[in-house]
Design a protein around this ligand. Structure first.
Ligand SMILES: Cc1cc2nc3c(=O)[nH]c(=O)nc-3n(C[C@H](O)[C@H](O)[C@H](O)COP(=O)(O)OP(=O)(O)OC[C@H]3O[C@@H](n4cnc5c(N)ncnc54)[C@H](O)[C@@H]3O)c2cc1C
Length: 472
């Protein structure tokens, strides 16, 4: 298996595959993780995927939960505020986690290095492709590499996407923003959540990433570059003129785009190579992790001869729709929070402000726009059955030990049933772990709601429910 690109998507899918015993080579054109400011927010489902990759505790150590979102006007007066009702979400981790992307990339690199089936080749670039044969180039020159499959995790300017003749559809959003990471002086005095500045002249975002790490994003005006405008002037309302250390500063073009096809034979597009979203709801990296979680176990089943090739078609079928919804939601929320100066924009902002005052609105909205899979053959539209839904992850006690539910279920398929004898043949075919709910103490009552007595649940490795039946 060849993974192109050692960003968060490529590293995560490589880890998930290597953990399943599939040999993986990751090629990355740069020696070190990309140093410029990028993702700072990951939700609880993303954190759960990192748990499957074996780095959940490591991620907790480099991240901090965020309090919520405050929308402020140009003079930083609060227009609307929503707080997270409970810090821990249904996936068992804080609903919003602030972090520094290079730190996450480094954590994932360390994890990959510890796996026997994985190899990372840095300063190595994919330059050409013919079916499953890649032409790679490193410091010594070019060489060919055959692979059972090629996973293009090579970012927004994907070489592989171009080489397979896929195109990226522009979904109608392009803006230039200045992104600044800073530290020092203990930072500005502020409310410890994300601030969205709804100023039609210069939209901006501010958030605290770490104990002494801060991120500002400012929309650039036509003709401005990363070096102008004057940073001191932009930061003054926040810092009161106190000196800060600027750690990184970069201009980005935020775009909304989606690739027209994500698969060509055994070549697959994942992460920013498949979809690109403006970062207003902090979901771009998370979407790449969801791609990785969706595809890894399917590849394992197909490559080990336990499933037919058609299973791989379900990757794009399940992931395209949620990715598209996510991009559209980011565009709409971005426009509502930062839109122009006309009357309609004022109305939009006040509606948004009102909506944000309804407890849980934004959290519920975000849960709805970023699911692992959309309505599909697995979960028909409007279906109330648990099939196709993601099993929540409560903290439980199993055989006297405190743990998270996924650690009880294992990394493959799982069957939750009190009828082990009847489920055995099924479970063996899937290579599934059988778990008796009677052995799990769950004070939250979650398991009892999802797997009441007599119901057998079959769970995919990405924790989607594929079968819920009362009898065999
Ligand atoms: C300012 C900003 C703020 C953001 N904020 C958030 C946020 O808060 N939350 C969030 O979820 N997302 C956010 N994002 C988006 C997030 O950073 C991206 O979605 C994420 O980095 C995508 O990961 P990836 O692994 O798919 O691609 P990338 O991180 O771009 O990694 C691709 C890798 O492939 C390598 N590569 C490319 N071509 C080749 C080749 N031919 N051969 C070998 N290697 C190659 C590159 O060097 C790179 O390392 C933000 C982005 C920006 C710019």
């Amino acid at each position: 298996m060849l993974v192109v690109g050692a960003g968060p998507t490529g590293l995560t899918v490589a880890i998930l595959l290597a953990q399943r015993g599939i040999p993986v080579v990751v090629v990355e054109r740069h020696a070190e993780p990309y140093p410029l400011p990028r993702a700072v927010h990951l939700d609880d489902e993303g954190h759960r995927i990192l748990q499957w990759a074996g780095v959940a505790e490591g991620f907790s150590a480099i991240s901090r939960p965020a309090l919520g979102l405050r929308i402020v006007d140009a003079r930083l007066r609060t227009l609307a505020e929503f707080r997270r009702d409970s810090p821990v979400g249904v996936h068992g981790w804080p609903q919003a986690n602030m972090f520094d992307q290079p730190a996450l990339d480094a954590l994932l690199r360390d994890r990959l290095a510890a796996l026997p089936h994985a190899e990372l080749r840095t300063r190595t670039e994919l330059v050409d492709l013919a079916h499953r044969n890649a032409l790679l180039k490193d410091e010594k020159g070019g060489y060919k590499q055959a692979a059972s499959a090629i996973l293009a995790c090579d970012g927004a300017h994907s070489t592989v996407r171009r080489l397979i003749g896929a195109t990226s559809t522009d979904l109608g959003y392009t803006e230039q923003w200045l992104v600044v990471d800073a530290s020092g002086c203990g930072g500005p005095a502020h409310w410890p959540g994300v601030h969205q500045v709804s100023d039609p002249r210069r939209a901006a975002t501010f958030m605290q990433i770490g104990d002494d790490r801060f991120r500002w994003e400012f929309r650039l005006l036509p003709g401005e570059t990363a070096d102008a405008p004057d940073l001191g002037t932009l930061l003054a309302p926040w810092t009161g003129g106190a000196a800060l250390t600027i750690r990184r500063r970069a201009a980005y073009t935020f775009r909304a785009r989606i690739a027209d096809r994500w698969r060509h034979g055994r070549v697959f597009l994942l992460g920013d190579a498949a979809h690109e979203t403006p970062p207003f709801i902090g979901q771009g990296l998370g979407a790449g992790l969801r791609d990785a979680a969706n595809l890894a176990w399917k590849l394992e089943l197909v490559l080990t001869g336990r499933a037919g090739d058609a299973l791989l078609d379900t990757y794009e079928r399940e992931r395209r729709r949620p990715a598209l919804r996510l991009i559209q939601a980011a565009r709409l929320l971005g426009a509502a929070m930062t839109g122009g100066q006309d009357r309609a924009a004022a109305v939009r902002r006040s509606v948004l402000a009102a909506a944000c005052r309804v407890p849980g609105f934004t959290a519920a909205g975000l849960r709805g726009i970023a699911p692992l899979v959309g309505p599909s053959a697995l979960r028909p539209r409007g279906s109330r059955a648990p099939i196709g839904r993601c099993l929540p992850q409560p903290r439980v006690r199993h055989r006297g030990r405190e743990m998270l539910l996924d650690d009880v279920l294992g990394t493959g398929f799982a069957v939750i049933t009190s009828q082990e004898g009847r489920a055995r043949r099924w479970a063996d075919e899937l290579g599934a772990r059988i778990v008796d709910p009677a052995e799990i103490e769950d004070d939250s009552g979650t398991l009892r709601r999802w797997a009441p007595p007599g119901r057998t649940l079959v769970i995919r490795p990405d924790r989607l429910i594929v079968s819920a039946r009362h009898r065999f």
